[in-house]
Design a protein around this ligand. Sequence first.
Ligand SMILES: [Zn+2]
Length: 284
Amino acid sequence: MVIDTIGNVLAVIPKILLLDWRFANHTISPSTESYLVDYFEARQPIVGKTQAQLNEYAPHHDLSRLVHNRNVAWPYRTTIGLLTTLVIDVMLPSRVFPWGNYYNPWTNMMHLYSDDSPIALHEAGHAYDINRRRYKGTYAILYIVPFFDLFFEMQASREAIHYLKETQDHDMEARAYKVLYPTYGTYVGHYLFPPIGTVAGVAAGHITAGRRRPSNSTVIERCPPRHRPRSVRPTLSSWTMPLSPRQIKPLRPHRRLRLTSLPQPILLRPSCRPPIVKFLRIWP
Ligand SMILES: [Zn+2]
């Protein structure tokens, strides 16, 4: 699709910085979908109302979610939530612009444009982090406070890596270090004379990731009872759970993942976005 090609080209700088050609490649494979579905199931009921849009531009749906998202108090949704959704989800969508993947806490909607499972889990980790809080709106708005975003980003990446350790998916855990560490470096770096600081942060992330090795420990205590080993993980197209009217058509170029009977989460995006976008965005 032409629009996806444009999005791919515009994201060339983040791709190079992160050494990840899957970043903003605007195509989501069944494998990445499968990771997301398994994660949603594993983190029920916390992310039960979160939804995910897979390389999709559907502003009417985002606005509808903003109206009906009872997870966040209306004063937040009618102010910062409305501004964020209009700018990021409606006017400057990542379907075209290279802002990357993200989770919008005001709509409780995750937006994924990269066929990279660690990134998908990171965004889902944002949803998990927010939805487990009692005062979700108050917690979410802290993201725009300088330096607090570093805490949020670390929480999401830790959750993604922790999940991969839980499921003993060592190969993907190793990839998560390579993808999520440099991404986190962009968040640290933009506080240090960007873009030079951003590049330095990414470099530090790559170096740190190179020293990490996947865990071989068996951490199963938090593993949910219904969790299945990765070897038998289903794809969305083979899903047999009562997802209620299947809202995903796996082979379409862009899809929406609505797990109405499962949890559904908010947003993430590997940085390299202008400060103003970051501010408005609320969720990387
Ligand atoms: Zn993030």
